[in-house]
Design a protein around this ligand. Structure first.
Ligand SMILES: [Zn+2]
Length: 370
């Protein structure tokens, strides 16, 4: 493919349904050349044209550029502490099909095998159109696609078993992928520096600088939940003491309420945060305060435009916004208080990690098509 053809596919991926006229402007090509380009990409079964939504504007009608009905697809998978899911994602981010199931009590290899079976079935269903896979995981991924998820007690889980020999195989940390997705298709589009935090079992996140996720020297940046903002007496599954993550998640709520550590820490936390009785509400307030204080520390250190919250952060923001805000403002350096960066629920919500996995896989696929 030519560079222009790849650019056109990238434009349609970023803005599905973009008009042919707008796409031509965005890649800086005349209408005649664009018509020719769209024709070639149509023959290659990568792009199709459809009617645009009526805009009321005068002038010659244009068409919308959409994914080809027989075009390539990506399998996007996510593993959480309680479930797995696989979606089939087309150019532009639309979902064509999905499979999911609970994963409680399963080991890492069993979850990967379940995803592998779903992917194999979907590849048959879609007749070879699925060209690669992206997987979001609640832990860190090594270069040879081994997953370590300390909160689940999983070590060295072979992710590649989900699709042995896949042409495109990408995998990454859930919070990092959610941050990337929020910067591509959510509230952080166009931000100079965006901070995304995601609470599930523990807390993770990422800094996105000018649209680029800061990955770190080892690819393990963003483990903000393991900054020592918590109680120094509390041991974290990561091996350290006093981790912030242990002060803001379901384990923190259970400790405050004198409950056993729950086997379903995310669902448990959602139930507690939603409860209005005085005891759970008081525990939620303490956790919300710990969250707000930590966010202040990160904002002081990183100077982001905005902070987006995913996972249980959304629940805490809905249940105790004043506690978060009060602690956040109290921890901010004085000069920031007049107009602090907003702390907002991520637009992509719980879909963020999966959307990020789809983005990563599509980025790799578009590069492979070029
Ligand atoms: Zn830790």
């Amino acid at each position: 493919m030519t560079t222009r053809a790849t650019e056109l596919l990238r434009v349609v991926h970023a803005r599905p349904g973009v008009t042919r006229a707008d796409a031509a402007r965005l890649i800086g090509v005349g209408t005649g050349a664009t018509t020719e380009l769209v024709g070639r990409l149509g023959q290659a079964e990568l792009l199709a044209e459809g009617p645009t939504a009526p805009s009321g504007a005068r002038g010659r009608p244009t068409t919308a550029l959409i994914p080809h009905p027989r075009g390539p697809l990506i399998a996007a998978a996510s593993i959480t502490h309680e479930a797995w899911r696989v979606d089939v994602v087309e150019l532009g981010g639309g979902t064509l099909a999905g499979r999911s199931a609970g994963s409680q009590g399963l080991g890492g290899a069993e979850v990967v095998a379940a995803i592998g079976a779903a992917v194999a079935e979907l590849r048959t269903t879609f007749g070879g159109r699925i060209r690669g896979i992206g997987i979001s995981v609640p832990g860190t991924v090594s270069r040879d696609l081994r997953l370590d998820a300390s909160n689940l007690g999983w070590h060295g889980v072979d992710l590649a078993a989900a699709w042995p020999g896949a042409e495109i195989f990408v995998a990454g940390n859930d919070a990092t992928l959610a941050a990337s997705a929020e910067s591509h298709r959510g509230l952080a589009v166009g931000a100079s520096v965006a901070l995304h935090l995601r609470i599930e079992a523990g807390l993770g996140g990422a800094v996105v600088n000018g649209g680029q996720v800061l990955v770190g020297a080892l690819g393990a940046a963003g483990e903000f939940g393991h900054m020592p903002f918590g109680d120094p007496a509390v041991a974290c599954p990561c091996g350290a003491y006093g981790c912030w993550g242990t002060a803001v998640d379901g384990s923190a709520l259970a400790r405050l309420l004198g409950h056993e550590q729950p086997p379903d820490p995310v669902s448990y936390a959602r139930r507690i945060i939603a409860a209005t009785d005085p005891q759970p509400a008081a525990a939620t307030a303490i956790v919300a305060t710990a969250l707000g204080r930590g966010i202040a520390g990160l904002v002081n250190g990183l100077d982001p435009d905005l902070v987006t919250l995913g996972g249980l952060g959304v629940d805490l923001l809905a249940a105790a916004p004043d506690r978060i805000d009060e602690a956040y403002r109290a921890g901010l350096m004085g000069f920031r208080r007049a107009s602090p960066p907003p702390v907002l629920a991520a637009r992509l919500g719980d879909d963020g990690p999966l959307a990020g996995a789809a983005e990563e896989a599509w980025t790799a696929l578009l590069a492979a098509l070029a």
